[in-house]
Design a protein around this ligand. Structure first.
Ligand code: HEC
Length: 109
C-alpha cells in the first residue's frame, strides 16, 4: 500500500516536472532525425565530417542560444544560418532539449 502511494506520487512529480521543463525532447528527436542527423550524425554524436560539430551532450542553454544567434544573424554560417532560419522558437527549444540529453564528448555540468 505504502509502495503504491509512493509510486503514484513519483508519477505525479515526474509528470509535473516534464510539464515545466523547457523544450520537448521527444519532438526534438523527431526533427533531429529528419533534418540534423544528415550532418551532425545520429543523436548529434557522430558528425558526417570532422568540421561538423558534435551536438550531443552540449549544454541546453548553449545549444538554444547558438541556434537563436544563427536565426537572428548574430552568428553567421552559410549552412547553419539557413537551417536555423527555418526553425521556430519552439523547435529550437525542443532540439536543444534533445541534443543536450544525448551522450556526447562535451563536458557535462
Ligand atoms: C548540411 C549540414 C548541416 C545540417 C543539415 C545541420 N547542420 Fe548544424 N552545423 C553544420 C556546420 C557545418 C556547423 C558549424 C558552423 C559554424 O562554424 O558556425 C554547424 C553548427 C551547428 C551548431 C553550433 C554548434 C557549436 O558547437 O557551436 C548547432 C547548435 C547546430 N549546428 C545545430 C543543428 C541543428 C539543430 C540542425 C537540424 C535542424 C542542424 N544543425 C543541421 C552543418 C549542418
Amino acid at each position: 500500500m505504502k509502495t503504491t502511494i509512493a509510486l503514484a506520487m513519483a508519477v505525479l512529480v515526474l509528470s509535473a516536472g516534464s510539464a515545466w521543463a523547457r523544450g520537448d525532447a521527444a519532438a526534438g528527436a523527431k526533427k533531429a532525425a529528419e533534418v540534423c542527423a544528415a550532418c551532425h550524425g545520429e543523436g548529434g554524436a557522430k558528425p558526417a565530417t570532422p568540421d561538423y560539430p558534435i551536438l550531443a551532450g552540449q549544454p541546453q542553454d548553449y545549444l538554444e542560444h547558438t541556434l537563436k544567434s544563427y536565426k537572428s544573424g548574430k552568428r553567421k554560417n552559410a549552412i547553419m544560418s539557413g537551417m536555423a532560419a527555418a526553425l521556430s522558437k519552439e523547435e529550437i527549444a525542443d532540439l536543444a532539449a534533445y541534443f543536450s540529453k544525448q551522450k556526447g564528448l562535451a563536458y557535462k555540468y
